[in-house]
Design a protein around this ligand. Structure first.
Ligand code: ADP
Ligand SMILES: Cc1cn([C@H]2C[C@H](O)[C@@H](COP(=O)(O)O)O2)c(=O)[nH]c1=O
Ligand code: ZN
Length: 168
């Protein structure tokens, strides 16, 4: 978390809009941390999106769509990779942002399958809140064992591997 995934997604989608491509953006309906419908980064850059319950809803959208952006992909169902394949096979550019690992350092939801089928994968890193090294893990700072637990700085901090495994 805090690694710039949403900022990077917004940057790429803005460029697609500048190129006058037809862009559709989706996020899970449950992701309401900053806004009910907009995609919003921790730095409050934002873009309007369509909140959806199920990945299959993405296929119901505009026949003239040229670029599809998806944020918080880790929260989607396991059908998301196949939806992305269907879109990509139609020539649609699909840009997906999601958290690769949960608070236990385990692969998160459909992310491993998405990363396997993607042409390109960009891993971005936050800065470890403990030591300042590049951070690849999200450490949960509150007592909760559920995999799905929305939050930001009050519940999570980005950590490097060494600080993550220390668990203190
Ligand atoms: N520890 C941190 N490391 C890096 N960025 C941080 C950190 N804490 C806050 N930020 C802010 O978070 C922004 C990235 O937010 P965002 O794109 O929403 O990340 P992500 O989608 O990966 O959670 C950075 O530009 C920075 O301003
Ligand atoms: C590690 C972890 C995170 N979450 C939640 C917390 C946030 O709401 C999102 C991640 O958002 P970000 O844009 O990457 O900051 O995921 C969770 O539900 N479970 C976890 O284990
Ligand atoms: Zn560290």
């Amino acid at each position: 978390m805090f690694s710039g995934k949403t900022e990077e997604l917004i940057r790429r989608l803005r460029r697609a809009k500048i190129a006058k491509l037809n862009v559709e953006i989706f996020k899970p309906k449950t992701e309401i941390r900053y806004h009910e419908s907009d995609v919003v980064s921790h730095d409050f850059t934002s873009m309007p999106s369509t909140p959806i319950d199920n990945s299959s809803s993405i296929l119901l959208f505009g026949s003239n769509t040229e670029v599809v952006g998806i944020d918080e992909a880790q929260f989607f169902d396991d059908g998301l990779p196949e939806v992305c394949v269907i879109l990509a096979n139609k020539g649609i550019r699909v840009i997906v942002a999601g958290l690769d690992m949960d608070f236990q350092g385990k692969p998160f939801g459909p992310m491993p399958a998405l990363m396997a089928i993607a042409e390109d994968v960009t891993k971005v890193h936050a800065i470890c809140a403990q030591c300042g090294a590049p951070a690849t893990y999200s450490y949960r700072t509150v007592a909760n064992d559920e995999t799905f637990y929305l939050g930001e700085k009050e519940s999570y901090e980005p950590r490097c591997r060494a600080c993550f495994v220390r668990k203190e």
